[in-house]
Design a protein around this ligand. Structure first.
Ligand code: UDP
Length: 256
């Protein structure tokens, strides 16, 4: 398996240039769990999470308000466990708890870099993190804190992609940045079909009609109803979050 983030670009290359103006004021970054495994098959690679945190820090340095929805697929996926006989709702609750582990790891990495961070969970666990309170999340963002939304929506049978759409609408984010291991949306899986073409832009309806697996249908429908664009891009290339917020063409943009 390839490393989740390449190390070939020195970090200094990606430091914010003071004259550049970000395209967005408030973003929702969706980080899928699988990015966090790095070269491992499972779990959290501390080096990868440090690099993700570094990229977030750079974006915060531009004055952009950053909320994060973190997945849990690197630890536990409800659907996979239920296909092996586990009760689906129970498996989904385990999946949601997995996202909390990732959220806390990201908070730790960010705070080691002096980035003020709050984790809010959709399932209450007050000893560990704040409960999700929309107005409080917005206040944190206004104060320049990164807010990490963990435990998904708090409901089984949903995904963290849907969580990202929901939270983006709730907090008034202008865009969803979906960071994955693939550099955009392809007509077919590029790992299975190396000749597959990448889309530069897609409409929400294209994604739904073509049944592209980039985001689940519920997540896309929510974004369509509320006109929130989604940029799908790879975190393997250093500095990509910054490129997207500075308006460079990166990955695939899904919009109306
Ligand atoms: N999950 C859930 N409800 C939610 C969000 C997530 O039940 O609102 C569970 C579900 O079992 C899912 C797991 O949490 O498989 C991990 O989330 P996801 O698969 O979306 O993570 P990612 O693919 O982004 O790593």
């Amino acid at each position: 398996m390839e490393a989740a983030l390449s190390t070939d670009r020195p970090e200094s290359v990606c430091l914010p240039a003071p004259m550049k103006k970000p395209r967005y004021k408030r973003i929702l970054l969706k980080i899928s769990g699988e990015i966090l495994t790095g070269d491992q098959d499972y779990g959290i690679d501390p080096e990868v999470i440090r690099k993700v945190a570094q990229e977030i820090k750079e974006v915060v340095g531009f004055g952009v308000e950053v909320a994060v929805v973190i997945g849990g697929g690197n630890i536990f996926r409800g659907v996979a466990a239920s296909s092996k006989g586990m009760d689906r709702a129970t498996a989904d609750y385990m999946g949601m708890l997995a996202t909390v582990l990732n959220g806390l790891a990201l908070q730790d990495a960010l705070e080691k870099m002096a980035v003020h961070t709050r984790v809010q969970t959709a399932i209450e666990m007050r000893e560990v993190a704040e409960p999700y309170i929309r107005r409080k999340a917005i206040r944190h963002l206004e104060k320049g804190r990164v807010v990490v939304f963990a435990a998904g929506t708090g409901n089984p049978f949903f995904t963290t992609d849907t969580t990202a759409s929901l939270r983006a609408i709730e907090i008034g984010a202008e865009v969803i940045l979906k960071a994955t291991k693939v550099d955009g949306v392809y007509e077919a899986d590029p790992l299975v079909n190396p000749g597959a073409q990448k889309y530069e832009t897609l409409t929400y309806l294209d994604v739904l009609k073509k049944q592209l697996k980039v985001l689940d249908a519920t997540a896309v429908s929510l974004c369509m109803d509320h006109r929130i664009p989604i940029v799908v891009f790879s975190l393997k290339e250093r500095g990509n979050i910054q490129r997207v917020i500075l308006g460079e063409k990166v990955g695939t943009e899904v919009r109306g």
